[in-house]
Design a protein around this ligand. Structure first.
Ligand SMILES: *Cc1c(COP(=O)(O)O)cnc(C)c1O
Length: 373
């Protein structure tokens, strides 16, 4: 097979027609309102609430600070149980909020926190569970809810990957106490950078809105601690315009995903995740797992050799957060499945402009590498 002239990256940020964006931006020039809950921000917030099918949401400057704002305003203490199989942001948000991340093993079937292993990690110091809907696949929400009620724990979902996902027709932002969605440029839906918090309680809105703006409630009143985590009008404008395209974006990704599944099904040692029953997926990522005993190559070899074809993949998520120097502990044998998965997993390119011909090229390259073992 011939090497491609141009590299295929794992993702390519969606950009709307330029004129549609500038049309929104012109409003900023008329109003001179650049940030602090501007007109476009207000509109975008309404649209997000409708799209996600939630009662309440707040917009923030990025997903990571949204997580920190949530953790800080939920009044948590001590330990927070989370997954090591996630982006650095999840664990860092916990630690930066003065809390201790406690890593739980994952379920090798859906790559999310293993709900059967959560209870054994609960101590009198545990105040919350922070599960991640990894690659947009929903966690076992009912079981997490049951555990949280039994031990009186707060549940904060890292839904950074899960914009637009529904479970039995219900928007995924409706579960747990708070959920965070990331609107980073590389996510399935973006606002250049941005974050959303969804929540049930009206009180949560007050504390989140205050905290994201220095705790300021009036010209001469600061009610408490806070930071600056506001979304500006340029971000909101990008989000507002991109929301017009999210349905077609997800549909195109769905076709790509269907094609990948058909092709990878025929390659030994390559596993992919199924669509889960009752779930409306967003096809944000296409992770595959390389079983080296069957494929004859390791994930690392696959990742390197695909570069010879100009195909760029990502080892998502490797290394595990529990292997970062800042979180490393002697006692991590209980993370057995997470360790295996972190050695097998990689994400292959998926974005709406990726042609089916290129998907075939990627699959042919994977097959060639497996057959050459
Ligand atoms: C992207 C991401 C975040 C952080 O979001 P930003 O908007 O980039 O700050 C947090 N958690 C996970 C799982 C992510 O993928």
């Amino acid at each position: 097979m011939k090497k491609l002239d141009m590299p295929i990256h794992v993702t390519k940020s969606f950009l709307p027609p330029f004129a549609e964006y500038t049309q929104e931006i012109e409003r900023i020039w008329s109003s001179h309102w650049l940030t602090n809950n501007g007109q476009i921000h207000q509109e975008f917030e309404v649209r997000v609430r409708e799209y996600l099918g939630v009662n309440n949401c707040s917009l923030l400057v990025n997903g990571h600070l949204a997580l920190e704002v949530a953790l800080k305003t939920l009044g948590l203490q001590g330990e927070v149980i989370t997954t090591p199989f996630t982006f650095a942001s999840t664990a860092h948000a916990i630690a930066n909020s003065g809390l201790i991340p406690v890593f739980c093993d994952i379920d090798p079937y859906n790559l999310n926190i293993d709900v059967k292993k959560i209870e054994s990690l609960i101590t009198e110091k545990t105040s919350a569970i922070l599960p991640v809907h990894v690659f947009g696949n929903p966690c076992d929400i009912d079981e997490i809810d049951r555990i949280a009620k039994k031990y009186n724990l707060t549940v904060l979902y890292d839904a950074a990957h899960a914009f637009g996902v529904k479970v039995n027709g219900v928007g995924i932002g409706n579960f747990g106490d708070v959920s965070m969605f990331s609107l980073h440029a590389t996510k399935v839906f973006h606002a250049i950078e941005g974050g959303i918090l969804t929540y049930k309680e009206d009180d949560a809105r007050n504390s989140i809105e205050l905290f994201k703006n220095f705790g300021i409630s009036g010209p001469e009143t600061v009610e408490g601690l806070g930071i600056n985590a506001k979304m500006n009008e340029f971000q909101a404008a990008m989000g507002l315009v991109n929301l017009r395209y999210i349905a077609s974006e997800i549909n195109k990704r769905k076709s790509i995903s269907i094609h990948y599944k058909k092709r990878f099904d025929e390659i030994d040692g390559v596993r992919f995740l199924p669509d889960f029953e009752g779930v409306e997926h967003n096809y944000a990522y296409f992770p595959i797992l390389i079983n080296s005993a069957e494929a004859g190559v390791t994930r690392d070899e696959m990742h390197e050799r695909l570069k010879e074809y100009n195909i760029m993949t990502r080892k998502y998520f490797y290394p595990l957060c529990s292997d970062f120097d800042c979180y490393k502990s002697e006692n991590d044998e209980h993370l057995e499945n997470a360790k295996i998965i972190a050695e097998q997993v990689m994400t292959v390119p998926i974005y709406s402009e990726l042609s089916i011909d290129l998907v075939d090229y990627i699959c042919d390259a994977v097959r060639e590498i497996v057959n050459k073992k």
